[in-house]
Ligand binder design. Sequence first.
Ligand code: ADP
Length: 351
Amino acid sequence: MTNQHPLIEALSSVQDPELGKSIVELGMVKNLSRSADGEVRFTLALTTPACPLHSHMADAARAALLAVDGVRAVDIEFGLLSPEEIKSITRRADVRLPQLKQFNQVGQVILVMSGKGGVGKSSIAALLAASLSRQGAKTGLLDADITGPSIPKLFGLPPGGLRGGELGMLPAVTPGGVRVVSTNLLLKEADLPTVWRGPLIAATIRQFWGDTIWGKLDTLIVDLPPGTSDAAIAVLNYLPVSGAVVVTTPQELAGLVVRKALKLLQNKEVPLLALVENMSYFTDSQGAKIEVFGPSHLDDLADLTGSAPRIQIPILPALSQAADAGAVETIHLPEIDRIAALLRSTPSPNP
Ligand code: ADP
């Protein structure tokens, strides 16, 4: 094989405009080869399949290679960086993030997860964001539950409410000051396609993170899809997550699937900040606690929750009524304020 140095040198002059670094330094050049008759081939591994800059980078690479002595033709194939590679790039302190990302400053990213749907994950995410905002924290809420986005409805935000600027998308703002991004705000139609493939969901979430003008935020709450799907894993791999709040209900089944979510966090080394048992009990008119869904399973999960507080939230008809009326911010719960205060005292990796 011929010496590759001049090729590497040529490709080093090509930058990923989003990250402001050479494609060689970012590890985006793979399988580089040069045939005896002067044909150069390589794979350009992108950060996202939807990368709008891929042809720009390929053109620049082609031009740079053709300027090298003896190079007659260039054949570029597109590929994808692995989640690990993307993670190591986004963690690099010297990577100059694009214009928008310079403008955005997100102190901490907190995930709200659940083992399965219908346990109140979105309600808790919304209440938490509202409580943080009330406590004076600049708060964003990214609705990553792409196939069942309920966040806008909880806050009474109308569909199609996102505006685009030159720099990126402007979030909708709730009456309580929470900046919200969701597919339901993007699409005018209330009904979304029922089948979204995993990679598309992951790419949408990445765009919500990267293409939104969040501005300066103390906390970004991310309402994840239920379960431990590819989309949930994509968020864990892609976003600089500080910690997670896991929501469950007392039903045995929810308890079993929630173990998987807790294990995923452990594997990804994401700190569990609180385990919430929602709809834990109902207090009747005499003040008696009734365990409508059976006894609590919180203690059974102690092996996976470590020192994270385990917080019970009762069944509150006023909450579901306010949620249905788009007035979730009118509900103030001491348990949620406690979690919010806890998040505020969690050290931010990106102050
Ligand atoms: P998920 O995001 O887990 O699918 P949601 O937040 O959409 O769940 O909640 C499911 C339903 O349960 C909604 O109708 C919501 O208003 C209701 N709900 C959630 N938490 C409570 C609660 N603590 N008390 C009463 N209703 C609740």
